[in-house]
Design a protein around this ligand. Sequence first.
Ligand code: HEM
Length: 348
Amino acid sequence: MTLARVTSFAEADEILTSRRFAQESKHESAPLVGGTVLVLDGPAHLHRRRLLAPLMSRTALAGYDSVVAATVDSCVRAHADDLVPLGRSVFLQLAASMIGLGELGARTPRLLALLGPLLEAVTVEWSTRSHEVVLAEGLAAREALVSEFPRFSEGTSLAAIMAEHPGEWDDEAAVREVVLFLAASTLNNAALLVHTVDELSRHPVPDTRLPDALAETLRLYPPTVALLRRALEDVTLRDGRLVRAGDHVAVDLHAANRDPAVFGADADEFRPGRAVAGRARPWGLTFGSGPHLCLGRAVVTGTAVTPGVHLRILARLRELGVRPDPDRPPVLAPTAQRRHDSYPILLL
Ligand code: HEM
């Protein structure tokens, strides 16, 4: 098997949108997320995406915004000294409402404790610890999740959609889809919150520029190191390289998002509101592109009618004077994905 690395924005976008490449990510984490919307391909993938679409309807997005508004202050009170558990607990409430786990309330610390090993196992491909151990810990957390957190299939939620389509998900597939949604809604969002606060501590902007700052942080810190794809037929890339049928390509999002041809000669710098070339989005390829484009992007970046949950949280944290604690350095997680295990903060 040959693995080509793709670093230019144009080539990366071409591969992700092409039907001549299939999803190849998430082999090692298959016991947790195999068979989910993230790894399906072709018509089965399209069908699953259609079933899940109501989770991102206008009403659903407004609901997530309300959940965040209602919980952010209690999460700040519970974790006023560290942005990692603070962010994870806010996004956990959001995930719980999206999945249909009901009000978490006093059960929040328990789910937060299960979340750590689950998130590490779902991204085991990038872990620098023993992968066998990471997977075993993740599967144990998954068992605890299933036995301790029943799903309620009312309202618009993943549980409700799965109950309406019993032929689509058997018990095992249902648990895996839940794990995917739990991880997807918490992991990258919590990492993004930390990177944004970190960048803003060095490059302050007024509130009106927060959307630009968020997009610029997304561009510079794509949480997914690389998206893997497999060629379904012989394909000649733009630079003339031949990818043979069956060969793999690693789409390097970090490099593509810093491509000077699209983001300018100072692409490595944090410059909110920068001009971008062509049809590129300000956050680059951080949410992927093509058929597997992130289903939850609107939760993060907002839409014409909903602001996106980060703006609300950032605004509240800024009111509280959030800043990194100079006496307690941040701790990076043991993974090639750039995210933190701890980011100590001070509030007013
Ligand atoms: C900062 C936040 C987020 C980032 C950077 C992010 C990034 C990504 C990326 C890069 C992909 C594409 C994977 C691929 O092509 O192989 C993806 C897919 C996905 N994301 Fe997100 N995501 C974020 C938040 C969310 C949220 C809040 C949800 C809520 C459910 C979510 C749900 C999903 C799902 C279900 C997929 C699979 C879609 C498919 O394969 O059809 N994500 N995400």
